[in-house]
Structures are given as structure tokens and as C-alpha cells.
Ligand binder design. Structure first.
Ligand SMILES: [Fe+2]
Length: 287
């Protein structure tokens, strides 16, 4: 995995420098504003774990994150994304927060509910809060949209997914670290020992704490991969709680390490630009 990441990073950085040289000035501005934010990258990963119950071998999970609808990412883009997700035929769908950029001023709730209801996943759809989903009445707006769209909102709690053969796994979810009250102990309270557990946390940096719990995989967003990456340097800026873990896979802890995946998300916030940090839709196959 390390070699792959290194090679990928190298290619990305090299491509970055070429683009930087070729595209300085207005070209670079146009690329980061109009081109890259629309270049969806569907990433595919196998999650291998000896702890996985045999019945879940081959189960497909789609994770999408950080759409920030209302800033730069549009409802039309969301509609196209929904059909792309359904084409991947996932068994489970996870949303890891920041659905709306400013939930208090969003006015297309019913349209959004109709759209998100079209997402199909026979084993269920699960979501957690992001920082942008909180604040003012935003907390309730997000809860309403997500629950009326057939998602289970995991607010410091966990849900059991059981197959017909009786095997099961657990999905735990915590509140956002910046503006919510994340409580990992509460989220894990009803998870039986020796279960296979996936944690959804908007904030990736909660992984250090998660590694002290019996969790095999954590899926996060929030970082936007930095949104703008500087060749040979890395992300220009990342928000609090996404300072340590910014993009891709990490292993945390020694004995039975926690696997963390940080999704770059789909939309943008604060600045409507992406550079060397393409919007991402992640597909995981459990093995
Ligand atoms: Fe975000």
C-alpha cells in the first residue's frame, strides 16, 4: 500500500508541477475554478480483514462526503452523482457529513429529499453530522432531510447490519468534532465485543481516539484533501480535526491497527477551487 501511495503521490506531484508551469495566471485560475471541481474521481479499494464475517465477503460500500450544496456544488451535480452511485450497485451507502454548505439558508429541502430517496442500498444507508450540518436551525434541517431520505443518522450510536445467514457487522457514528459533541464511548456502548465495526466520523483526526476502541475501519471526510494542493508541498490548508489525516489510507495503532480512509469529498467551501484534489466518490469492497 505504501509503495502505491508513494508512486501515486509522485505522479500527482509531477503532474501538478507541469500544470503549474503550463497553467500559471488565468489558465490556472480557470482550471481550478471550472475544470477540476467537475473532474469526479471514482476511487476503488479492497478492505481486507481477518475479522470480517464470511457472509460479508464481496459486500460493496459507497462512501460520499462533503457535497456542500449551495456553495459551488449544484443540485444538478447531485442528481448525476446519485445515478453514478446507483450504477455502482452498492450494498451499503455511507454519507460522512457536510451535505449543505449553510443549512439555515437552504430552501430546496423537498427536492433534495426526493433525490436522496432514489439512492438504493439493500443493506441500508447511514449518515453522520458534519460541521456545516450544525449551527442555528441547521442541525434540525439536516436531520429532517437525511432521515426523510431513508438514511439512519448515527449520532453517537451504532446500528447492526445482519445478513440472512445470521452474520452481522456494526456501523457506529459520532457527532462532528468541531461543532457537535462526539462521544465514541456512547457510540460503541451497544456494540458487542469481537464484532466487525465500521466507524463513520466526519472528522478524520478522531482516528487516534477510535484506535483505542475495537474498530476495524473508520471512514471520514472533512479535509477536502486540502482542496488546493501545492506541488512539492501538499495541502495549502486543512481545517481543525483534519490536520493530521488529510487524504487516503492510514493505519493507526500497533497491535490490531485501525484502518482509516479519508475521502476528499465532492464540493468545495470558502473558495470555489480545487487543485490537485479532485472530487471523490469512494467504492469499498469488503474481503
Ligand atoms: Fe466539508
Amino acid at each position: 500500500m505504501t509503495e502505491k501511495v508513494t508512486r501515486r503521490t509522485f505522479i500527482k506531484r509531477t503532474l501538478g508541477s507541469l500544470l503549474a508551469i503550463a497553467g500559471t495566471g488565468t489558465g490556472g485560475y480557470y482550471y481550478a475554478r471550472e475544470i477540476e471541481p467537475r473532474m469526479l474521481d471514482i476511487t476503488r479499494h479492497n478492505i481486507k480483514s481477518a475479522d470480517l464475517p464470511a457472509g460479508f465477503n464481496g459486500i460493496k460500500i459507497v462512501q460520499f462526503s462533503d457535497t456542500h450544496i449551495g456553495f459551488q456544488y449544484t443540485m444538478d451535480q447531485l442528481e448525476k452523482l446519485i445515478s453514478k452511485i446507483n450504477q455502482l450497485q452498492p450494498d451499503l451507502i455511507f454519507f460522512t457529513g457536510d451535505l449543505l454548505d449553510d443549512a439555515r439558508h437552504f430552501q430546496e429541502e423537498n427536492k433534495m429529499i426526493t433525490m436522496l430517496n432514489q439512492l438504493n442500498a439493500p443493506l441500508g444507508k447511514f449518515a453522520v453530522y458534519g460541521n456545516h450540518d450544525h449551527g442555528g436551525y441547521g442541525t434540525d434541517v439536516y436531520k429532517q432531510i437525511i432521515e426523510k431520505s431513508g438514511f439512519t443518522l448515527l449520532l453517537n450510536t451504532a446500528a447492526n447490519v445482519e445478513l440472512l445467514d445470521g452474520s452481522s457487522l456494526w456501523i457506529a457514528g459520532i457527532d462532528d468534532a468541531m461543532l457537535g459533541k462526539p462521544d465514541l464511548a456512547a457510540a460503541m456502548a451497544k456494540v458487542p465485543k469481537n464484532s466487525f465495526t465500521i466507524l463513520l466520523s466526519h472528522a478524520p483526526d478522531k482516528a487516534d481516539e477510535a484506535a483505542r476502541h475495537p474498530i476495524q475501519l473508520q471512514l471520514s471526510g472533512h479535509s477536502h484533501g486540502g482542496q488546493i494542493q501545492i506541488p512539492f508541498y501538499g495541502p495549502w490548508v486543512t481545517p481543525p480535526f483534519a490536520e493530521k489525516y488529510v487524504e487516503g489510507f492510514y493505519e493507526i495503532g500497533d497491535d490490531k491497527p485501525l484502518m482509516l480512509y479519508v475521502n476528499r469529498g465532492l464540493g468545495t467551501t470558502r473558495l470555489p477551487f480545487r487543485f490537485l484534489s479532485q472530487p471523490e466518490l469512494a467504492l469499498f469492497t469488503l474481503q
